[in-house]
Design a protein around this ligand. Structure first.
Ligand code: 9YT
Length: 134
Protein backbone atom coordinates (compact mmCIF):
# COMPACT_ATOMS: atom_id res chain seq x y z
CA UNK A 1 0.00 0.00 0.00
CA UNK A 2 1.15 3.50 -0.77
CA UNK A 3 0.09 6.32 1.54
CA UNK A 4 1.22 9.89 0.93
CA UNK A 5 0.20 13.19 2.47
CA UNK A 6 -0.26 16.13 0.11
CA UNK A 7 0.72 18.47 2.94
CA UNK A 8 4.12 16.80 3.14
CA UNK A 9 4.55 16.10 -0.58
CA UNK A 10 4.01 19.76 -1.47
CA UNK A 11 7.31 20.58 0.24
CA UNK A 12 9.30 18.00 -1.75
CA UNK A 13 10.49 17.53 -5.34
CA UNK A 14 7.03 16.11 -6.05
CA UNK A 15 5.90 19.70 -6.43
CA UNK A 16 6.46 21.18 -9.89
CA UNK A 17 6.08 24.92 -10.42
CA UNK A 18 5.32 26.45 -13.79
CA UNK A 19 3.78 29.60 -15.26
CA UNK A 20 0.24 29.89 -13.95
CA UNK A 21 0.16 26.56 -12.13
CA UNK A 22 1.85 24.17 -9.77
CA UNK A 23 1.29 20.46 -9.41
CA UNK A 24 2.06 17.98 -6.66
CA UNK A 25 2.49 14.52 -8.18
CA UNK A 26 1.30 12.07 -5.52
CA UNK A 27 1.68 9.03 -7.79
CA UNK A 28 4.17 8.76 -10.64
CA UNK A 29 5.09 6.13 -13.22
CA UNK A 30 7.57 4.58 -10.79
CA UNK A 31 4.73 3.61 -8.48
CA UNK A 32 3.56 1.14 -11.15
CA UNK A 33 -0.14 1.94 -10.85
CA UNK A 34 -0.67 2.42 -14.59
CA UNK A 35 -1.63 6.06 -14.02
CA UNK A 36 -0.23 9.10 -12.24
CA UNK A 37 -2.22 11.20 -9.78
CA UNK A 38 -1.63 14.90 -9.26
CA UNK A 39 -3.11 17.75 -7.26
CA UNK A 40 -2.78 20.74 -9.55
CA UNK A 41 -3.36 24.35 -8.54
CA UNK A 42 -4.30 26.73 -11.34
CA UNK A 43 -3.78 30.34 -10.35
CA UNK A 44 -6.46 33.04 -10.58
CA UNK A 45 -6.68 35.03 -13.82
CA UNK A 46 -4.63 32.47 -15.77
CA UNK A 47 -5.07 31.14 -19.29
CA UNK A 48 -3.26 27.89 -20.07
CA UNK A 49 -2.99 26.15 -23.46
CA UNK A 50 -2.51 22.41 -23.05
CA UNK A 51 -2.52 19.54 -25.50
CA UNK A 52 -1.63 16.16 -24.02
CA UNK A 53 -1.17 14.35 -27.33
CA UNK A 54 0.44 11.35 -25.68
CA UNK A 55 -1.62 11.11 -22.51
CA UNK A 56 -5.26 10.70 -21.56
CA UNK A 57 -6.17 12.91 -18.62
CA UNK A 58 -9.13 13.20 -16.30
CA UNK A 59 -9.52 16.19 -13.98
CA UNK A 60 -11.89 16.76 -11.05
CA UNK A 61 -12.36 20.26 -9.64
CA UNK A 62 -12.10 20.26 -5.86
CA UNK A 63 -12.20 24.04 -5.36
CA UNK A 64 -12.33 27.27 -7.34
CA UNK A 65 -13.96 28.44 -10.55
CA UNK A 66 -12.95 28.71 -14.16
CA UNK A 67 -13.59 27.15 -17.53
CA UNK A 68 -12.23 24.78 -20.14
CA UNK A 69 -12.44 25.48 -23.86
CA UNK A 70 -12.41 22.61 -26.35
CA UNK A 71 -10.21 24.11 -29.05
CA UNK A 72 -11.59 21.78 -31.75
CA UNK A 73 -15.20 22.93 -31.25
CA UNK A 74 -14.84 26.27 -29.46
CA UNK A 75 -17.19 24.94 -26.78
CA UNK A 76 -16.57 26.40 -23.30
CA UNK A 77 -17.52 24.42 -20.18
CA UNK A 78 -17.72 26.06 -16.78
CA UNK A 79 -15.58 24.48 -14.08
CA UNK A 80 -16.61 24.56 -10.43
CA UNK A 81 -16.29 22.11 -7.53
CA UNK A 82 -17.82 18.76 -8.51
CA UNK A 83 -17.15 19.11 -12.25
CA UNK A 84 -14.99 16.48 -13.96
CA UNK A 85 -13.59 16.59 -17.47
CA UNK A 86 -11.89 13.77 -19.33
CA UNK A 87 -9.67 14.46 -22.34
CA UNK A 88 -10.64 11.15 -23.92
CA UNK A 89 -9.63 12.32 -27.39
CA UNK A 90 -6.35 13.89 -26.31
CA UNK A 91 -8.32 17.09 -26.70
CA UNK A 92 -6.43 20.33 -27.21
CA UNK A 93 -7.82 22.73 -24.61
CA UNK A 94 -7.57 26.11 -22.96
CA UNK A 95 -7.94 26.18 -19.20
CA UNK A 96 -8.94 29.46 -17.62
CA UNK A 97 -8.78 30.05 -13.90
CA UNK A 98 -11.18 32.75 -12.76
CA UNK A 99 -10.26 32.12 -9.15
CA UNK A 100 -7.52 29.80 -7.97
CA UNK A 101 -8.60 26.23 -8.78
CA UNK A 102 -7.62 23.01 -7.03
CA UNK A 103 -7.80 20.04 -9.41
CA UNK A 104 -7.26 16.32 -8.85
CA UNK A 105 -5.78 14.89 -12.07
CA UNK A 106 -5.10 11.40 -13.38
CA UNK A 107 -2.80 10.68 -16.35
CA UNK A 108 -2.66 7.51 -18.43
CA UNK A 109 0.07 6.59 -19.24
CA UNK A 110 1.54 7.89 -16.01
CA UNK A 111 3.77 10.94 -15.95
CA UNK A 112 7.34 10.04 -14.95
CA UNK A 113 8.00 13.26 -13.03
CA UNK A 114 10.47 14.87 -15.41
CA UNK A 115 8.13 16.18 -18.08
CA UNK A 116 7.93 19.85 -18.99
CA UNK A 117 5.33 21.26 -21.33
CA UNK A 118 6.65 21.67 -24.84
CA UNK A 119 5.76 24.63 -27.02
CA UNK A 120 2.76 22.72 -28.38
CA UNK A 121 1.35 22.14 -24.89
CA UNK A 122 2.16 18.42 -24.81
CA UNK A 123 4.39 16.19 -22.76
CA UNK A 124 6.71 13.79 -24.59
CA UNK A 125 5.68 10.15 -24.76
CA UNK A 126 7.90 7.54 -23.10
CA UNK A 127 9.10 6.51 -26.57
CA UNK A 128 10.14 10.05 -27.43
CA UNK A 129 11.99 10.38 -24.13
CA UNK A 130 13.83 7.11 -24.79
CA UNK A 131 14.70 8.20 -28.34
CA UNK A 132 16.02 11.56 -27.13
CA UNK A 133 18.37 9.96 -24.61
CA UNK A 134 19.54 7.18 -26.98
C1 9YT B 1 -5.31 20.57 -14.60
C2 9YT B 1 -4.23 19.94 -15.40
O1 9YT B 1 -4.24 19.90 -16.62
N1 9YT B 1 -3.26 19.37 -14.72
C3 9YT B 1 -2.19 18.76 -15.44
C4 9YT B 1 -1.16 18.27 -14.54
C5 9YT B 1 -0.03 19.21 -14.42
N2 9YT B 1 0.17 19.99 -15.61
C6 9YT B 1 1.18 18.36 -14.13
O2 9YT B 1 1.25 17.77 -13.05
O3 9YT B 1 2.05 18.28 -15.00
Amino acid sequence: MIVRDFNEAKNTERRVDSDGWNSVRLLLAGDNMGFSFHITTIYADTELHFHYKNHLESVYCVAGEGSIEDVATGEVHEIRPGVMYALNKNDKHILRGKTEMTMACVFNPPVTGNEVHRADGSYASADEVAAASA
